[in-house]
Design a protein around this ligand. Structure first.
Ligand code: ATP
Ligand code: MG
Length: 337
């Protein structure tokens, strides 16, 4: 299907007192119409930074220091979002993009009834709509996520955590977005609710056809819901692949480690294997591969030369020892040259 959003050579830098933090480097991403693109990585790998840059919700001290984010409107010419003014950008955002953040509590306005917030977004998006029809539409949206429309009269604090999160998803759909950005949308709720919400997101996506960029540290979750998955480490993409491929034949030792760290809900409970060691200090990145200090497969070359992304069967990988071993690459195996 056609291209919808595309980042090329994207660098995002936090300009702070301590220096310039290279939070995203050389990011190439392509999102197609109706696609679910997963972005996974440990804490501090740059997922939220990237999501904010893609959605252009980025605020100082974050700056896009290189590259472009192009939006491809239906039938129109691509627009470089990084070149738009705030005003122009706002229009694109209302028309095409919408965001679901980690905490619904922080995103819903506690002093307004749900109704007011929904009607605002709906009428802002479609100025020809009457208040009465906007209210009816708001009711439909709530029902779509399994919340009775009578709840429109409620304030967000009167809803359970799971309901708040679902209300936020409904609100994100109020502008008929083409892309919904989701940053850990289910981390604040329990596992059962997480499952329900994911199922609902997938049903809505299938019936309405919007594309999703879904950010989480939980690779197993992404393996279930994504069409394609991007793995980030230390601000860079280290692997991209289809779920089937990353599930059974991930090429990067970090991808395999992530998968072992988050076993699927369906698998029997066992001790979680974290990836030993810590993410790199972005202000003091190692020469060579950023993952080398933690990598069971690292050899001298890895510490000297940063691996470039190279094509795989269905994606890309940046690793000098890509796919070289399976078992030995699991965390704790501890192989070194
Ligand atoms: P998490 O899973 O914890 O949400 P993340 O992958 O979303 O992590 P980001 O929040 O994008 O990671 O952060 C990426 C890097 O940018 C981190 O090293 C972080 O410390 C740094 N960073 C984030 N926000 C700022 C800021 N306002 N100023 C300076 N550095 C920042
Ligand atoms: Mg984050």
């Amino acid at each position: 299907s056609p291209l919808l959003l595309e980042a090329e050579g994207l660098d995002v830098t936090y300009v702070v007192e301590e220096g310039e933090v290279p939070a995203c480097r050389d990011i190439d991403i392509q999102l197609r119409r109706g696609e679910i693109l997963g972005i996974a990585g440990e804490s501090a790998s740059g997922k939220s930074t990237l999501l904010n840059a893609l959605s252009r919700l980025q605020r100082p001290p974050a700056v896009t220091s290189a590259g472009s984010v192009r939006f491809h409107p239906d039938g129109g010419d691509p627009v470089d979002l990084t070149a738009l003014s705030e005003d122009q950008l706002r229009r694109y955002r209302w028309d095409s993009l919408s965001i679901v953040m980690q905490s619904a509590m922080a995103s819903l306005n506690p002093v307004l009834r749900l109704e007011t917030q929904f009607i605002d977004v709906i009428m802002e998006h479609d100025r020809s709509m009457t208040k009465a029809s906007a209210r009816a539409r708001a009711g439909e949206l709530l029902e779509m996520v399994g919340i009775p429309s009578g709840r429109l009269r409620s304030y967000s604090y009167q809803l359970s955590g799971g309901m708040q999160q679902r209300a936020l998803i409904a609100l994100s759909l109020a502008s008929n977005p083409e892309i919904v950005f989701m940053d850990e949308p289910t981390t604040a709720v329990d596992v059962v609710m997480q499952r329900q919400i994911l199922t609902q997101i997938l049903q809505l996506q299938a019936s309405l056809g919007f594309a999703i960029v879904f950010v989480t540290h939980d690779l197993s979750l992404l393996l279930e819901i994504s069409d394609r998955i991007t793995i980030m480490y230390g601000g860079r993409i280290v692997e991209v692949g289809m779920p089937e491929q990353l599930y059974s034949a991930a090429q990067h030792p970090y991808t395999r480690g992530l998968r072992a760290a988050f076993p699927p809900l369906s698998e029997p409970v066992r001790r979680l294997q974290g990836i030993p060691g810590n993410p790199p200090d972005l202000l003091d990145l190692p020469t060579g591969c950023s993952f080398a200090p933690r990598c069971p497969l690292a050899i001298e070359r890895c510490r000297i030369e940063r691996p470039e992304l190279v094509p795989t069967a269905n994606g890309v990988v940046a690793c000098h020892r890509a796919g070289e071993s399976t078992e030995a690459a699991l965390p704790g195996a501890g192989a070194d040259e």
